[in-house]
Design a protein around this ligand. Sequence first.
Ligand code: 6GU
Length: 225
Amino acid sequence: MRIDIITVLPELLKSPFEASIMKRAQEKGLVEVFFHNLRDYGLGNYKQVDDYQYGGGAGMVMMIEPIDECISKLKAERDYDEIIYLTPDGKTLNQGIANELSLKKNMILLCGHYKGVDQRVRDLFVTREISIGDYVLSGGELAAAVLADSIIRLIPGVLSDETSALSDSFQDNLLAPEVYTRPAEYKGLKVPDILLSGDFPKIEEWRHQNSVERTKERRPDLFEN
Ligand code: 6GU
């Protein structure tokens, strides 16, 4: 997979990709991530990327020309399966979307700033609009990092234990069960006996039941679909 990220603030975005699982995925050659500073495509001596909005009102809008320049350059080099615009009015990210996107080959992530991008960018180039939740961030960068992480960890071979993504919360619309490690008893608090029993079919059954109970308790909305 190849991910091209277009942003006015690459420095806000780079460090998550230089650590942990996202770093390992790149080292293993399973994903390549490239950052494109939109400022490099800005207009005039000031490298302008945003302007006042037509019709008046507070807040700047990201202009179409620099974005077109950047996207067109990338599209001339390869085909893209998705051009994703990160925006609070997009479709809320969930595990199903992450699963779907983990199967793509090339994608562009476009990070919005200020009041967002000129509508014509969305009409002309964008294949999908994604939000990471019902709250407002200062820009799409952190959302792009969240989206990329959720996708990259699902690419086969990225996680060392191949089954571990399958047992994550949400993978089957259930929250993950409780987990324990040593010691078996800490300050009077015991690990459930069943987990020490070695009876793996029973343990699986207990874990599933625990998932269902936790989901009912914490996220009853997950049962509604
Ligand atoms: Cl994708 N962008 C911004 N600016 N805020 C958000 C978001 C995205 N998702 C949730 N809040």
